[in-house]
Design a protein around this ligand. Sequence first.
Ligand SMILES: [Cu+2]
Length: 114
Amino acid sequence: MNIQLRRAALPIVLVVTALGAAGCSSGHSSTSKSAVTIKNFAFAPSPASATAGQPLQVRNADDTAHTFTADDGSFDTGPIAGGQTRAITPRAPGTIHYHCSIHTYMTGTLSVSR
Ligand SMILES: [Cu+2]
């Protein structure tokens, strides 16, 4: 099954996500790289990056529930309610394709480094 996603809409989502994060007052930025935001029924950024063995925060900025589910089953947040954040920890380096199990047209790629 071909799950490749046409990416024409993603740059707009990325800009919106960056602007929305500007209000954070935390002094720590070390975890900002390992995060995915779900907004407007899309994952951003894609490809996202993570480190094997390190938690990856997945924030759902929509009003409806989504999941962050590896195609190979290696991780699955289960439903994340609107406005909520869950974390998954990728175990092995590599490229992992993922999707939302509620809206299966929502797909993305996670690049896991060592
Ligand atoms: Cu969804």
